[in-house]
Design a protein around this ligand. Structure first.
Ligand SMILES: O=C(CO)COP(=O)(O)O
Length: 258
């Protein structure tokens, strides 16, 4: 429960990261069902979907005139050039994309993305008018050796550019795709640490980026996670691939705000 939701205009972002999933027909059906379900939601609960690049344009067409935002899963820091296979931020903006996930742990791991690369991508995204959803998170080993907070502070210090106006996603690597959600206590404490690190790093006073939680979020625990004051939404992987489970998480946001 959040007693201040109505007075402070608290908003929650429910973001669906489709990762490398979906062919055209099934993804269109998924997007249509999400658009339909979004009609029943208050404006304080915002939905965004992040399809793979191949589907960006056609899912974007289905989202036109709906409140559901269109996201992408990565961009490069350069505006154009000889970078075979890569996508630039202005190309995404040109398709009506509003949000872009950057520095997801799967990109850090499989594409060797460093905090410096991620920071440059975030600057490029902002310059193109996109909202970066910049992911940070500790591995199981870092957590078990008591270095989770240090890891997160370092990722913020090195990976979040000065003047950052976007969203931070806290995604503990050990919770992604494992069915092992962090506990509400863990999420509350860790997002409070992230908020303090962001405040020290960005020096923007109270005007701090919202912090999403990601990692095995399902409808079962969505409302309790979203009720945490320092949580501004969730970044959902597996459960965003079915309209029913994604919309049930959005319903958890409605509950958390009531
Ligand atoms: O990586 C994630 C979202 O970006 C989380 O994925 P899961 O919800 O499948 O654990």
């Amino acid at each position: 429960m959040n007693a201040h939701s109505s007075e402070t205009g608290r908003r929650l972002l429910i973001a669906g990261n489709w990762k490398m999933n979906g062919l055209r027909a099934s993804s269109q059906a998924l997007a249509r069902a999400i658009v339909e379900g979004a009609k029943a939601l208050p404006a304080s609960v915002e939905l965004a979907v992040f399809p793979p690049f191949t589907l960006t344009a056609e899912i974007g067409a289905l989202l036109t005139d709906s409140p559901v935002r269109l996201g992408a899963q990565d961009c490069r820091s350069e505006k154009s050039g000889a970078f075979t296979g890569d996508i630039a931020a202005p190309m995404l903006a040109d398709l009506g994309v509003t949000h872009v996930i950057l520095g997801h742990s799967e990109r850090r791991r499989y594409h060797d993305e460093t905090d410096q690369i991620i920071s440059a991508k975030a600057e490029a995204a902002l310059e193109a008018g996109l909202v970066p959803v910049l992911c940070i998170g500790e591995t199981a080993e870092e957590r078990d050796s008591g270095r989770a907070y240090e890891t997160l502070s370092n990722q913020i210090a090195r990976g979040v550019p000065a003047g950052f106006r976007g969203v931070i996603a806290y995604e503990p690597v050990w919770a992604i795709g494992t069915g092992r959600t962090a506990s509400s206590d863990d999420i509350a404490q860790t997002t409070a640490h992230i908020r303090d690190s962001l405040a020290a790093h960005l020096q923007t006073g109270d005007n701090l980026p919202p912090i999403l939680y990601g990692g095995s979020v399902t409808a079962r625990d969505a409302a309790s996670i979203l009720a945490i004051e320092t949580v501004g939404g969730v970044l959902v992987g597996g459960a965003s691939l079915k309209a029913d489970s994604f919309l049930a998480i959005a319903q958890g946001a409605v509950e958390a705000l009531s």
